[in-house]
Each structure stands twice: as C-alpha cells, then as structure tokens.
Design a protein around this ligand. Structure first.
Ligand code: ADP
Ligand code: MG
Ligand code: ZN
Length: 428
C-alpha cells in the first residue's frame, strides 16, 4: 500500500515510518500557510514540525532558537542526514557570512537557525529579502517560545522583540513551539508574536513512564545519592543549583567510586564539549550539571534525573525531569529538597535583579514576584501529600488523575484513589 505524499517525504528525508502524535497537523497547517502554536512534550519531535515543510517545498525555513549550542546541535544533526542547514550568530566572520549569503541566493539552504538578537538585525533582513521576494521562505519558527513570556520559567528579554517578525514577513506562516506552556504563557505567545488565528496543537505533558519522588534531604545525602545512582538504568543526570556545588558533587561522587562528570556554563567550551560527548557516548554516564545543561540534549535512556535542591519552578522541573525515559521505558525522577532551599533560591534571584539598569527594574520586580510565586508552588508540591504528577501538571493547566507511580501514590494509594469520585461522575 502506497503511503500518502507527506509520509513519503518523512521516510525519504528522515527515514521514519510514521508521524508522531501532534506532528502532522502542524506540518499540514504550515504548508497551508497557517500560523501554529505547538505545545508538545519534550522529546515529542517538535523540530520535525518546521523542518519537514522546508524539504517538502524545497524552500527555506528560518528558526529562532535561544542558545547557540542548541542551534549548532540541530544543524549538525541535519547535516548528518544530508539536509543543508546553517546557523547565523555573532561568531561568524565576514567570509562565513558571504558564503551563507551565496548559499541562500542559490537556494541551497533548507534550514537557517538564528539567535534571537539577529532576528531583528537589518543585515539579517537583507539576507532574507530575496527568499521573501521569490516566495521561497516557507515558514518562520520560534523554538522554546515560552522564553517570550514573563510568566514562563525561562524569560529572555531578547525574545520580546520577536514580535517584529510578523511585520517583517507578513505573508509567511509563523510557528511557535514549546514543551511547557501554561494557558497564560500560551496566550502571551500568541499575543506577542501576533499569531493570526493559529492552529493550537497541545498535547498532555503527562509522561506515563516517569515515577516522581520528592524527599527531604538528609544532612549528608551522599549515601542516598549513591544508592539512587546504583539502582538506575542507563544514564544519570544530576542537577545542582550552583557551579560550586556541581564541582563539589562530581568530585565527591568520583571519590566515592561513582565516576561523575561536571557540566556548567562557567567551564571552558572544550571541557563542556568533552562532558557533553561523555554524556552522549558513555554507556552509563553520571553527569552533574546546572540547569544550563539539557535543553536539546537527546539521550533516550536516561534512567534517573536527580535534583539535589528544590527546583526553581514546576514548569522548569517538568522540562528538566522530562529528560528521563525518552525511550518510553520506566525512569525515576528524584528531588531531594530542604525548606531552606526556597530562601536561598529567593536570594539568588533578588541579587541577580539588582545588577540591572534602572529602566528594567520594574519589569524585574514583577518577574521576581512571579518567580517567588513559582517557588512557593513547587515547594507546595514537594511538601504535599497528594500525587506529585497531578500537582505538577496542574501548574501547567492540566487536570489529570493521580499517577499511581509517584512516592505519594505508592505510599497511600487509597488517599489518591479517584475511582470513587470518577464513578460518581460517570453515573451522574
Ligand atoms: P523536542 O524538540 O519536541 O523535544 P526533538 O525535535 O528534539 O524533540 O526530537 C526528539 C527525537 O525524536 C529526535 O531524536 C528526533 O530525531 C526523533 N523523532 C522526531 N520525530 C520522529 C518520528 N516521526 N519518528 C521517529 N523519531 C522521531
Ligand atoms: Mg526542541
Ligand atoms: Zn502520583
């Protein structure tokens, strides 16, 4: 039986048999010229949604992404498949820019990745002019679109100016993508990017193979951390809050006989690259990192994601813990927290705000209040007695039954049993 043309392109360009849930409607909408907002869980395959249209049309798709490392990663993955892709960022010299220009002019580029601060630059606009005029610009994609919203957990001021994209390319469909966007954040994305009657494709953030555990951290958690690593399959990802604590824990675990590698943004690029490679290639690596690590990292068999402190927000935590078990097999997400974590996290946020220029302080104060609110919420999840997954999902606007897998569900299944209520609802 012959496949339909889209599935055929998927096979030809990527070698995959079928679309994953959520992908096809977005691809079709973009090909029909319609704006989209895609909120699909981590690992769902959001990149394909904007990559395939470029290939189907033999045109160009421009992608805005928050981190250079993320962009380079995607570009090399595409190149490995023989798909012409490039990345435009501040680091390019004039020779490289000229080469890029030539490739664009000759229509020899399918995906062009841009850092957000480049997206509004005059030089970039000129670069894209020809593709625009000849109708070869198939779509614009804004990846990690929650970064545009101050309600989101990872607000980036550079993203605010992306609102100008719409005016720049009025006839070109825009797609915004994110793994975690509560309804408020979704509304912000639609408004700020000026999406027009977008197709909104949202799938549950629920991950049926993850088991959450949240526990008070003992005075010295070493034994507990070592035991959790010992029980885990595949790769282990450990998050610590500060660079110092990342290095401390990598050294401590290694001294305790568990080879552990450190990763944080303060390391030189070469060591970071080495750590990244170790994490991707070692059969059972243990990586200790700050939350700077992980966006776009795609190792399917992470068996444990362990937080050594209270995460900063529930949305951030869903994204970080979501790096576990992308292969669909059971995986654990463990948080070791202390009530003092909220205070120290709050302090860190406040002092970061004081370094800003005066004209940004009001926005910063607003953000600080939101951040404190998010902290109180995740603390309530950690201290609470109800289902962890249910509570986490509620923070992104999702209502779900108790998971039956988290520590609280397992310790008192009856308290979290929805069956009686469900029965009443069904009979009503
Ligand atoms: P996201 O951005 O949603 O977190 P990615 O776009 O990074 O996810 O994709 C996650 C993984 O899924 C990648 O390894 C990608 O190659 C793979 N993938 C995407 N779509 C499909 C598909 N239709 N079939 C099989 N694998 C896919
Ligand atoms: Mg992605
Ligand atoms: Zn549960």
């Amino acid at each position: 039986m012959g496949a339909d043309p889209l599935t055929e392109s998927l096979r030809r360009h990527f070698g995959w048999e079928s679309f994953r849930p959520g992908q096809r409607p977005v691809v079709e909408a973009l090909l029909a010229g319609r704006d989209c907002l895609a909120v699909l869980p981590t690992g769902a395959g959001k990149s394909l949604c904007f990559q395939l249209p470029a290939l189907v049309r033999d045109g160009l798709v421009v992608v805005i992404s928050p981190l250079v490392a993320l962009m380079q990663d995607q570009v090399s993955q595409l190149q490995a498949r023989g798909i012409p892709a490039a990345c435009l960022h501040r680091g390019l010299d004039s020779g490289q820019r000229r080469q890029l220009q030539q490739r664009l002019a000759a229509n020899r580029l399918r995906l062009l990745y841009l850092a957000p601060e480049r997206a509004q630059a005059e030089a970039t606009r000129q670069l894209l002019d020809e593709a625009l005029e000849t109708g070869r610009l198939v779509a614009l994609a804004v990846d990690e679109a929650h970064c545009i919203s101050a309600w989101g957990h990872d607000f980036r001021p550079d993203y605010r100016r992306l609102g100008q994209l719409r005016a720049l390319c009025p006839g070109v469909p825009l797609v915004a993508l994110s793994a975690t966007a509560a309804p408020q954040v979704r509304a912000d994305i639609i408004r700020l990017l000026q999406l027009r009657r977008p197709l909104v494709q949202v799938r549950s953030a629920r991950r049926g193979n993850l088991a959450y555990t949240m526990r008070r951290r003992p005075a010295d958690p070493l034994a507990e951390v070592v035991a959790a690593i010992g029980e885990a399959r595949g790769a282990v990802l450990i998050y610590a809050r500060t660079r110092r604590s990342v290095e401390h824990w990598a050294a401590r675990l290694t001294a305790a006989g568990v080879e552990a590698i450190a990763y944080h943004a303060g390391m030189d690029p070469e060591s970071r690259q080495l750590a990244l490679r170790h994490f991707q290639e070692h059969p059972a690596p243990v990586l200790v990192a700050t939350v700077a690590f992980g966006m776009g990292v795609d190792r399917p068999d992470v068996g444990l994601v362990l937080h050594l402190d209270l995460p900063a927000s529930a949305e951030g935590y869903l994204q970080e813990s979501g790096r576990a078990g992308r292969d669909g097999l059971p995986a654990r997400c463990l948080v070791l927290f202390d009530p003092a974590d909220r205070t120290s996290l709050g302090w860190a946020m406040r002092s970061a705000g004081q370094q800003l220029p005066p004209d940004q302080r009001l926005l910063e104060r607003h953000r600080l209040e939101l951040a404190q609110q998010q902290l109180r919420r995740i603390e309530a999840v950690a201290e609470g007695e109800g289902c962890r997954e249910q509570a986490l999902l509620l923070t992104v606007g999702e209502i779900s039954p108790p998971c039956g897998r988290c520590d609280n569900c397992l310790s008192s299944p009856s308290r979290n049993d929805w069956a009686p209520q469900a029965a009443v609802l069904l009979s009503a």
